[in-house]
Design a protein around this ligand. Structure first.
Ligand code: IVH
Length: 662
C-alpha cells in the first residue's frame, strides 16, 4: 500500500483541481457524487492519520469550532472606498480630471462589475491561505479566517507558492443562494434577510463557521498586493495573475480605451443586470497603469484613479391602496400590499409582500400611506418604509377567520404568522399542489397556477394524490387546454413517479422538512414506512434532525388524513424506498454504534465518520437496538447501560479492527 502521506497529498490535489473547476470556473468535470466520494476518501484517510491533517486540506471547508467573537486586525494598507458618478456628466467629469492631471498622456481603463457584497482581504504565505479580514472601517477589520475558509471559491492553496501576498475582493451571495436561504428561514419562522448583501454580511460574521459553510458565499478578487502595494505595474496584469493563481476573477472585466466605451459598457450592464447570478450596483472604472495611479494619487477618502459608476437604486414611491391576505401551503396568512402601479427599475409593480403582522407593525404601515418600494435580490418587491402618512389612513389587522375557507385562524406562541388550520382549505390545497409540482420537488412541468386554480375550483382535485388519477378528459374539460398540452401534463405527471424518495418526502410539505432534511431522513431510515413509524427519539438520530423537525414529522404522520394520503401516493407508484448514494455494503452495514467517553486518538466526529464510511450508524443513546458501544476514558452512564443490557463494548483499537474488512 502507498504511503498515506502521499495518498493524502494526491487526493487533496485532485480535490483542489475539481474545487477550482466547479467553484471558480463553473466548469465541473465530475459529478457531485463523485466529488463527495473523493472527499470522503480523504476524510477517512485523515481520520486514520490525524497527524497528517493540515488546515489547507479540502476537508477543512466544512467549518471548525465555534468562536466567542472576532478579533480586530489592522489592514496592511487602508481599504478605501470609491467616489461615485451618478450619471453620464459625472463620469465624463472624472475622465476630464484624469486627462488633465496626467498632462495629456495616454491612458486606458479597466472596468469591473461592482458586485454588491462586502470587501474582504485575504492573506497568503508560501502559497497557503493564512488570514481573512473584513473591511471594517477600512483601517481595522475583523479576523474572519475560519469563516472565509468555508468559501469554496477562495483557494486554500495557490497554484504557485508566492512567498507572501494579499488579495482583496468582494464576498457575495448569489441570488439563488439568497432565495434559498430566505425560503429556509420562512419555513423555520425566522426573520428574512433584506437583500443578498445583508445576508452575505451576516453569514461572514456567524460565530459558527459550520453555518457559514452552508451559506454558499462566493469570493471575487480585484486586487493583488505584495506588502500592501499592487504586485504588478498594470492592474489588468494583476487580474490575469489572480486568475492564474486560482482565484475567481469576474469574467466580465474589460479593458476600455475611451470614456465613450466605458459609458456604453455601463449602459449595457444596466440593461442586463437582472441576468447576472448576483446583484451589482454599478461598474467600477480603474486606471490600468499603476504608475499613473501613483501620479493621480488619493483624496482623503478615495483614489483619484478610480470611480464607481452607480446605478440608480431600484426604488420608487407609491401609495398602498389596500392590503390583501394570501393563504400559503402551511396555512400561513401573508399580508400583501396592493399598490398604485409604479415603475421600479423598468418593471411595473402593483403588489409588494409585507411578510407578516410584525413587519406591518415594524413599518408602522396603514392603508392609504405613501411608501418606498424596492426591488432587490427577491423577485417579489418589498415595502422599505413609510415615506408619508396617508389621510385618510386605515389600520390593518389580519383577519381571525381564513379569507378563503372562513375557517379558524390561530397564532401559535413564538410564531410570527397566523395560520388557517383547515387542512382542506382550497387556498392551502392550491399552494400544496404548486409545491408538489415545483422544480426540485416532483418537477411536473405544465402544472402552473392557472391549471391548479381550475383543478381545485372545479373540484376535480382534492389532494395531491388525485393528480395521479387525472385523465386526458379531465384536462380537456378545462379552459385554455389543448390536446397537446393536456397530453404533456399527463405524461409529466406519469414521469414524476420515478422521483426518488427524498423528493417524495419533500413533496408532502411537512413543516421544516425541505430538500436537505428529506435527504438525511431518507438516508437514515431508508423508507417512507420507517420514517412514518419512527419515534421522536429515533428521528433525531438522523443527521441534522433536531427536536423541532422530529416533532413536525411525528405530528404529520399522526394525522389519519396524512397517512391515507401517503398510502394513496404509494398505490400510485411513487418511490417509497431509498437507494442510497452513500457506499452500501461495508463491514458495519446495518449496525448501530454508540460512542462514549474520550477515545485515545479519534475525536467523536472522526469516529462517527469512520463508522459511517463502513456503512454503520451512530446513535446518541444506548438501547436494545444498539449493536456496539465504543467506550473511551471516563465513559459514564452509557457504558453502564450497555453492561446492563448486555451490549458488547469496543475499544478504539477493536473498532479499527472491525472497520477494515477481513
Ligand atoms: S475597488 C480603492 N473594485 O465597492 C478602491 N470595489 O464603493 C476600493 N466593490 O468597498 C474598491 N466591486 O466593497 C473595487 N471591482 C471592484 C468592486 C468594488 C465591488 C465594492 C467594494 C468597495 C465599494 C466601493
Amino acid at each position: 500500500m502507498k504511503d498515506p502521506a502521499v495518498q493524502i497529498e494526491q487526493l487533496s490535489e485532485e480535490l483542489r483541481h475539481h474545487e477550482h473547476q466547479y467553484y471558480v470556473l463553473d466548469a465541473p468535470e465530475i459529478t457531485d457524487g463523485e466529488y463527495d466520494a473523493l472527499l470522503r476518501r480523504l476524510q477517512s484517510l485523515e481520520a486514520q492519520h490525524p497527524e497528517l491533517l493540515t488546515p489547507d486540506s479540502p476537508t477543512q471547508r466544512v467549518g471548525g469550532k465555534p468562536r466567542e467573537g472576532f478579533v480586530k486586525v489592522q489592514h496592511s494598507s487602508p481599504l478605501l472606498s470609491l467616489d461615485n458618478a451618478l450619471n453620464e456628466a459625472e463620469l465624463r467629469d472624472f475622465d476630464r480630471r484624469v486627462h488633465d492631471l496626467l498632462g495629456g498622456a495616454e491612458y486606458r481603463y479597466v472596468t469591473e462589475l461592482k458586485l454588491d457584497g462586502l470587501s474582504m482581504a485575504a492573506h497568503y504565505r508560501d502559497g497557503k491561505f493564512t488570514q481573512a479580514i473584513t473591511r471594517g472601517d477600512g483601517t481595522v477589520g475583523e479576523d474572519v479566517t475560519e469563516n472565509a475558509r468555508t468559501i469554496r471559491s477562495l483557494p486554500l492553496r495557490l497554484k504557485s507558492p508566492f512567498p507572501s501576498l494579499e488579495v482583496r475582493g468582494e464576498t457575495v451571495m448569489s441570488r439563488r443562494a439568497f432565495e434559498r436561504l430566505n425560503a429556509e428561514r420562512d419555513e423555520k419562522g425566522l426573520s428574512r434577510f433584506a437583500n443578498p448583501r445583508n445576508a452575505a454580511a451576516g453569514s461572514l460574521r456567524l460565530l459558527e463557521p459550520r453555518l457559514t459553510a452552508e451559506r454558499r458565499l462566493e469570493y471575487y478578487t480585484y486586487f493583488l498586493l505584495t506588502e500592501g502595494r499592487p504586485a504588478f505595474d498594470s492592474h489588468w496584469r494583476s487580474l490575469e495573475e489572480l486568475r492564474h493563481l486560482g482565484f475567481k476573477v469576474n469574467p466580465h472585466n474589460k479593458v476600455c480605451r475611451t470614456i465613450d466605451e466605458v459609458f456604453d459598457l455601463c449602459n449595457t450592464w444596466e440593461a442586463k443586470r437582472e441576468e447576472l447570478p448576483y446583484e451589482i450596483d454599478g461598474v467600477v472604472v480603474k486606471i490600468d497603469s499603476v504608475e499613473q495611479q501613483r501620479q493621480l494619487g488619493f483624496t482623503a477618502k478615495a483614489p483619484r484613479w478610480a470611480i464607481a459608476y452607480k446605478y440608480p437604486a431600484r426604488q420608487a414611491t407609491t401609495t398602498v391602496e389596500a392590503i390583501e391576505v394570501q393563504v400559503g401551503r402551511t396555512g400561513a396568512l401573508t399580508p400583501v400590499a396592493r399598490l398604485k402601479p409604479v415603475e421600479v427599475g423598468g418593471v411595473t409593480v402593483s403588489r409588494a409582500t409585507l411578510h407578516n403582522e410584525d413587519e406591518i407593525d415594524r413599518l408602522g404601515l396603514q392603508i392609504g400611506d405613501e411608501v418606498v418600494v424596492e426591488r432587490s435580490g427577491d423577485v417579489i418587491p418589498k415595502v422599505v418604509r413609510v415615506s408619508a402618512q396617508g389621510s385618510p389612513r386605515t389600520p390593518f389587522r389580519l383577519p381571525s377567520i381564513c379569507p378563503v375557507c372562513k375557517g379558524k385562524v390561530v397564532r401559535e406562541a413564538g410564531e410570527s404568522a397566523r395560520r388557517c388550520i383547515n387542512a382542506n382549505c382550497p387556498a392551502r390545497l392550491k399552494e400544496s399542489l404548486l409545491h408538489f409540482a415545483s422544480r426540485g420537488v416532483m418537477n411536473i412541468d405544465g402544472m402552473g397556477e392557472a391549471l391548479v386554480d381550475q383543478l381545485v375550483d372545479r373540484d376535480i382535485v382534492r389532494n395531491v394524490a388525485d393528480l395521479y388519477d387525472l385523465t386526458l378528459d379531465n384536462l380537456l374539460s378545462l379552459e385554455r387546454m389543448g390536446v397537446k398540452s393536456a397530453g404533456n401534463v399527463i405524461r409529466n405527471i406519469d414521469r414524476s413517479r420515478a422521483n426518488p424518495l427524498p423528493r417524495v418526502i419533500t413533496s408532502l410539505g411537512i413543516r421544516f422538512v425541505g430538500e436537505r432534511t428529506a435527504i438525511f431522513l431518507a438516508e437514515a431510515f431508508g423508507s417512507m414506512d420507517a420514517i412514518a413509524r419512527a419515534s421522536l427519539e429515533d428521528l433525531q438520530l438522523a443527521e441534522e434532525v433536531g427536536p423541532k423537525v422530529a416533532e413536525a414529522v411525528v405530528q404529520f404522520f399522526s394525522e389519519p388524513t396524512n397517512l391515507e394520503l401517503a398510502a394513496r401516493l404509494y398505490k400510485a407508484g411513487l418511490q417509497f424506498t431509498y437507494v442510497s448514494t452513500r457506499p452500501s455494503g461495508g463491514p458495519l452495514r446495518g449496525k448501530t454504534l454508540v460512542i462514549t467517553g474520550t477515545l485515545p486518538t479519534l475525536s467523536r466526529e472522526e469516529a462517527r465518520q469512520l463508522i459511517e464510511l463502513a456503512g454503520g450508524k451512530v446513535s446518541g443513546a444506548v438501547s436494545k437496538k444498539t449493536s456496539f458501544v465504543v467506550a473511551g476514558e471516563d465513559a459514564g452512564s452509557k457504558l453502564a447501560k450497555a453492561r446492563e443490557l448486555g451490549i458488547p463494548t469496543l475499544t478504539e483499537d477493536e473498532l479499527r479492527a472491525l472497520l477494515t474488512p477481513a
